[in-house]
Design a protein around this ligand. Structure first.
Ligand SMILES: Nc1ncnc2c1ncn2[C@@H]1O[C@H](COP(=O)(O)OP(=O)(O)OP(=O)(O)O)[C@@H](O)[C@H]1O
Length: 327
């Protein structure tokens, strides 16, 4: 449904600075009726791709087709299939829920019974029943986001793009938003592409695409991505993880990586984790706060693939390569 081929985009350099390449030869397909999460550390090119898909930015080169329509050659036909939930609010806080929905519906040619039927349907799944007359500015952040989603879905788009729609919501509101979105996505077999920094959200997706520095590093189902790490990993936390990580790697003769206060050993030897835990405790008992064996989460996969966490640009990380080099 969304076909991206060899897409590149460079922002022109200003005041003598060189141009900045934000996307490099990106090729990605999003199947009709699927839910894809686009993830990547800060500056990886997510917003640039999002802006290109929305028609807000012309790419330097490459091709994008939406439902078979070329976004550059036939933008109106491509955009007619799409609706977009932006990160910043695009509803009028001074108007009521009903007024916002009516305004949007009318802009898209809906009126009378057809508009009322679509509005009532949206109210049923969005948790906004009983709030029709409330001004959007008086709603909680979570409900205001549901108005945004309800508004975008009034027109039955075949493709829905969402740019970090849950940012700033508390966990319960985040969950309610995602539950509503995934239910309606499945019911309508809608194609959804959503950027996110929150890996628990990616568990709900059919596919996760991971970008870094403008390159697509991975594009697969959550289960397949988790299988890339394959097995359990050992996670040690320490007050001074930065100092401990290289000592741990050298003592154990294993590759370790550090992310904040966590030191990870992804390749546990065939003898299993118990001898490793024994060795760590006997050498470093006083230095460590906790030690745990756990299955890799999607966030672990993300850190493994990109070498960084999602929301912080490249934390002071000791890569496996640098620890190995120090040995
Ligand atoms: N208007 C612009 N002019 C120049 N460079 C830009 C512009 N917008 C983005 N960039 C650069 O392009 C690269 C990709 O940025 P982009 O905003 O697409 O990343 P992102 O993954 O959305 O990051 P974030 O998660 O922080 O929003 C970065 O190096 C960024 O500095």
């Amino acid at each position: 449904m969304i076909r991206i081929d060899d897409l590149s985009h460079a922002y022109p350099g200003r005041r003598g600075k060189p141009a900045r390449l934000a996307l490099r030869d990106l090729t990605l397909g999003v199947a009709e009726g699927s839910f894809t999460i686009l993830a990547g550390p800060n500056g990886s090119g997510k917003s640039t791709l999002f802006r290109i898909l929305c028609g807000l930015c012309l790419p330097s080169s490459g091709r994008v087709r939406i439902g078979g329509h070329d976004l550059l050659a036939a933008p109106a036909a491509a955009r007619a299939l799409m609706s977009v939930v932006f990160q910043s609010p695009a509803v009028d806080k001074q108007l009521s829920v009903a007024e916002n929905l009516a305004l949007h519906g009318r802009l898209y040619g809906l009126s009378g019974k057809a508009l009322a039927a679509r509005r009532d349907e949206a109210l049923a799944w969005s948790g906004l029943e009983g709030r029709l007359g409330d001004r959007v500015g008086t709603l909680s952040g979570g409900l205001a986001r549901q108005v945004e989603l309800a508004k975008c879905l009034l027109t039955y788009p075949r493709v829905l793009l969402l740019d970090e729609p849950t940012s700033g919501l508390d966990p319960a509101a985040r969950r309610a938003f995602l539950d509503a979105l995934t239910a309606i996505q499945r019911q309508r077999k809608m194609t959804v592409l959503m950027t996110s920094h929150v890996f628990s959200e990616a568990e709900d997706a059919d596919k996760v695409a991971i970008l870094r520095d403008g390159d697509l590093l991975a594009h697969d189902s959550p289960a397949a991505l988790r299988r890339q790490l394959g097995r359990d990993m050992l996670v040690v936390t320490a007050r001074d993880a930065e100092a401990l990580a290289p000592r741990l790697g050298q003592t154990l003769g294993l590759a370790v990586s550090r992310h904040g206060a966590e030191i990870r050993i992804e390749a546990i030897p065939a003898s299993g984790p118990v001898p490793l835990i024994d060795a760590i405790l006997s050498a470093f008992r006083g230095d460590i706060q906790s030690i745990a064996v756990r299955q890799p989460t999607l966030e672990d996969v993300f850190i493994h693939i990109t070498g960084t966490t999602a929301s912080r640009p490249r934390p002071g990380s000791v890569s496996a390569a640098s620890v190995e080099a120090a040995q």
